[in-house]
Design a protein around this ligand. Structure first.
Ligand SMILES: [Zn+2]
Length: 107
C-alpha cells in the first residue's frame, strides 16, 4: 500500500500526487521531522504520525509554525553532532588524548 500526497495542480487543474515517504518506525520519522524543522527556510512545523491507511509512519505539517526558539534548539543540536562527526573524520585517532614526549623525561 502506497500513500500519496498532493504535490501540485497541473495546467488543467488536475491534482498531481506523489508518494509519501514511509517510515517503518516512529523514531525514524521523528528523526527526519527534526531535520526538516531545523532547516532555516522551513516555517511550518513537520511532525511524525502513524498512518491509518498503510499503518506505517509519515511526516507532515500539523498547521502550526515552528517557534524560533525550537528551531534554534534543533539547529544547535545538529551543529553539535556535525562538529563531532567532523572531528572524528579529520582525526580518526582523536580518542588518543596525547603521547609522552620522551625527550622531556630525565633519568
Ligand atoms: Zn500511509
Amino acid at each position: 500500500m502506497e500513500c500519496t500526497t498532493l504535490e501540485s495542480y497541473d495546467e488543467n487543474g488536475q491534482m498531481k500526487m506523489r508518494p509519501k515517504k514511509q517510515f517503518d518506525t516512529l523514531d525514524g520519522a521523528i528523526a527526519v521531522a527534526k531535520i526538516e524543522n531545523a532547516k532555516p527556510h522551513h516555517i511550518h512545523k513537520v511532525v511524525a504520525y502513524k498512518c491509518k491507511t498503510c499503518f506505517k509512519y509519515h511526516i507532515g505539517r500539523n498547521g502550526k509554525e515552528i517557534k524560533e526558539k525550537d528551531k534554534k534548539k534543533l539547529q544547535q543540536m545538529f551543529s553539535d553532532k556535525l562538529a563531532l562527526e567532523k572531528k572524528r573524520k579529520e582525526n580518526p585517532n582523536f580518542k588518543v588524548v596525547g603521547y609522552i614526549d620522551l625527550s622531556t623525561i630525565r633519568y
